[in-house]
Design a protein around this ligand. Sequence first.
Ligand SMILES: [Zn+2]
Ligand SMILES: [Zn+2]
Length: 487
Amino acid sequence: MKLFTALVVVSVTVVSTANGRPVDDVTTAAARGDEKQLRNEQIAYLERFGHIKNKKIATNSIGEQFNDDEFTEGIKSLQKIAGLEPTGVLDEETEKLFTRPRCGMSDDNSESQPVGENDDGGKRRQKRYAATPYRWPSYVQSLLYSVDSTASFNLAPSTVSARIKEAFQEWQNVIPKNRLRISETSDSSRANLRVNFFTGSHGDCCPFDGPYGVLAHTFYPTNGQIHFDDEELWTDGASDPYQTQSRAIYFYQVALHELGHSLGLGHSSDPSAIMAPYYQYSSTAHLTDDDIRGVQAMYGAVSSPCSNGPCLNGATCIETGPSTYRCACKSFYTGTNCDTEISTSSTSTSTSTSTSTSTSTSRPTSTSTTKSTTTSQSTSTPTTATTTTTVAPVARSPCYSSPCHNGATCVNNGNSFICSCTAGYTGARCDTVNPCTSNPCQNGGLCTSNGNGFICSCRWPYNGTTCQHGGSLFKPRHGRVPRRRRN
Ligand SMILES: [Zn+2]
Ligand SMILES: [Zn+2]
């Protein structure tokens, strides 16, 4: 961590212009009965988060000196980014913003690169996202990240790593891999993006402020430092017993947001977007259409679920929906992506599972089947100690909900599962009768189920859909090629 400090100081000088950097910590504008003091804190807040452009107004605004018009404009700007009606009136809802937990990055997206409004089937949608000028240049096609430190409270290191990985995957799903391929490295010296947890002053521009207030900040590309406030009560979402605590912060949700900055996205004025600056707990936090349009404005769209070439070994990719695909494997290959070679000694009881998987714009569901909540080490929490009956979270494997049918065995495959079907069934969950059961391939052909159909891999010299043609009858004799009968 000490070594890292020096690095940040150097990096900060590179990005310390305009909104290419996080802003200071939040000073809570707690009402102290001192209206002047409160107003000054509000002005300081507006300036920090980029809502007062004329810094002179803010810095000179001791007592009566502040400019009312400038303040009103600042409030309007703040209301806009928070998705409120920009009235400029400091009403109750607006006042609450000053104490709400949020991201430490500036809301000033004025330097964001103008990107065309996306045409949405003739219906113009308002652009809420902000694609900043800070993005990974085209020569950077492989983006490596490393998790250098993890949370001190509640979340186990393995949980932090797993959620970071899932969050990067969620962004990767909507970015063409041939433009930007994100992967993890254990060698942080090679990483473009580095995740760390810090408390208070930690060697960069912007000290953290303890629980609540600012939760995290991230330096835009190509800096790539992603910092989480280690004094927050980070939780693993709905399954985490600490989630019910008043100042619980769902780590995955904030991580998704910060990784958006690490790719170059600014704050969105769509309050439901992941890139909205204010934290509002959502147990089902995932990228929204606004976030996806934002990142795709910078890196291009994943045009179809097949555009990333997910099917291997010569397989054909078939779109089965706007975000799902199925790989039609060539003979002797199986698996979702046709990446598994069928052993030539195997018999025709194939357990192929060439079915649709999620790619592209599909989002992971929030069901805990995909989350292996390993542990929640209940150490002391950063908030004032509360007597909590710590319920040990149940480690649930993807197989927990018994997703495989008809007697199939569920195999835990990291974040997902593979059903190993019994003879007679096929499909991702083994609920399709395997067309190979009736052994449609003749003359010793090998039957492979292929989604709803089958493919016969014929033995030489047989051919035809069920290997019904060929054999000695059609072997060329005396140089004559026999006429083929129709099926
Ligand atoms: Zn942010
Ligand atoms: Zn920092």
